[in-house]
Design a protein around this ligand. Structure first.
Ligand code: ADP
Ligand code: TRP
Length: 330
């Protein structure tokens, strides 16, 4: 079974990325042939500053390695080390109607949130489909917002195979974690594009500020019960807390009229984050130093991934008639 996923280097990775995607990526790296990549071509839709992009790519790489990605188990690479994906993207775009991309909700959401609708942002799902199909991936662990893109990918694979009488492209399945849509500090989906994130590796004052930004209601716990089921801070707390602690806090919300307010749960989120991510935070700082293994890992991963992509692309070229079966043009 081939497992594949990507994450954009478009900002610091956050709790939504961790609980929606990264945790699954780490779990699955021993359960099949895993390929994970840093989607730098995709990030050009929003990051248009060379130094910033380079810094963000290293930041994502260090984050994954610090959290436990094992490059001897999973192939870890930069998307742009495999330029072949663009050739397959074009082939897929030629079997796709405008309507399908016009219905993509992620595109519509991004535009509604003020991102300039470039042609690249519009055709983004075709590049993502190519990322998945070029490695003939079976399973794509992602957050809920990406499920529609995997559906579009399946449709494209079906149409390509049908149009060119081939079975080279494999329809993948998406895979969700238990928490496929982590809320941000404002209650909508946590996202780098929405300025509502809690970064995985924030610490000290920065962490305090991010957590204090979690929007809560103005109920006074000395007068009325709080509601864990609709509370944004509770939703973030329960990502970390074990069952007993979760139940304990839910009971305090409902029954403890001496609870000092939402400060208590916010303080606890800070402690839980320090416990969970503290050691990895230190590893990340080491990995970001010049001369660490980070660049070699990405380079070696890129070579491995590119060889797989080349094989698929050659079959697609033949199937479409761009290359003849003996590998040269008529
Ligand atoms: P962002 O929306 O912050 O730019 P990406 O689009 O790079 O994040 O997402 C990387 C991975 O993390 C994807 O699999 C995506 O579905 C997942 N993800 C992002 N935000 C969330 C969230 N709030 N909850 C669950 N999963 C998420
Ligand atoms: N679109 C994904 C996101 O924004 C990132 C991505 C690019 C991806 N190509 C992919 C995810 C292929 C899974 C498979 O999160």
């Amino acid at each position: 079974m081939r497992i594949l996923s990507g994450v954009q280097p478009s900002g610091e990775l956050h709790l939504g990325n961790y609980f929606g995607a990264i945790q699954q990526h780490l779990e699955l790296q021993t359960q099949g042939e895993a390929l994970y990549f840093i989607a730098d071509f995709h990030a050009l839709t929003t990051v248009q500053d060379a130094a910033k992009l380079r810094e963000l790519v290293r930041d994502v790489a260090a984050t994954y390695l610090a959290l436990g990605l094992d490059p001897t188990q999973a192939t870890f690479f930069r998307q742009s080390d495999v330029p072949e994906v663009h050739e397959l993207t074009w082939m897929l775009e030629c079997v796709t109607g405008m309507g399908e991309l016009e219905r993509a909700t992620s595109y519509k959401d991004k535009v509604a949130n003020g991102i300039t609708p470039s042609v690249g942002l519009f055709t983004y799902p075709a590049l993502m489909a190519s990322d998945i199909l070029i490695y003939r991936s079976n399973l794509v662990p992602v957050g809920k917002d990406q499920v529609q893109h995997v559906e579009i990918c399946r449709d494209m694979a079906g149409r390509f195979n049908h149009a060119f009488s081939t079975d080279v492209l494999i329809k993948p399945e998406s895979r969700l974690s238990k928490t496929p849509k982590v809320p941000g500090t404002d209650g909508q989906k946590m996202s780098k594009s929405y300025g509502n994130t809690i970064p995985i590796f924030a610490s000290g004052k920065k962490l305090k500020k991010a957590i204090n930004a979690i929007v809560t209601d103005s109920k006074d716990p000395s007068k009325e019960p709080l509601d864990p089921d609709t509370c944004n801070a509770f939703a973030i707390f329960e990502l970390f807390a074990d069952e007993a602690e979760r139940e304990g806090m839910a009971t305090r919300y409902r029954e403890d009229r001496t609870l000092p307010g939402y400060g208590t749960i916010k303080q606890r989120i800070r402690e839980l984050m320090d416990e969970k991510f503290g050691p990895a935070r230190e590893r990340k700082a080491e990995l970001l130093k010049p001369g660490s293994e980070l660049d070699d890992v990405l380079e070696a991963g890129g070579k491995k991934a590119r060889a797989i992509a080349r094989e698929t692309l050659d079959i697609c070229r033949e199937a479409t008639g761009l290359t003849d079966p003996r590998g040269y043009r008529a």
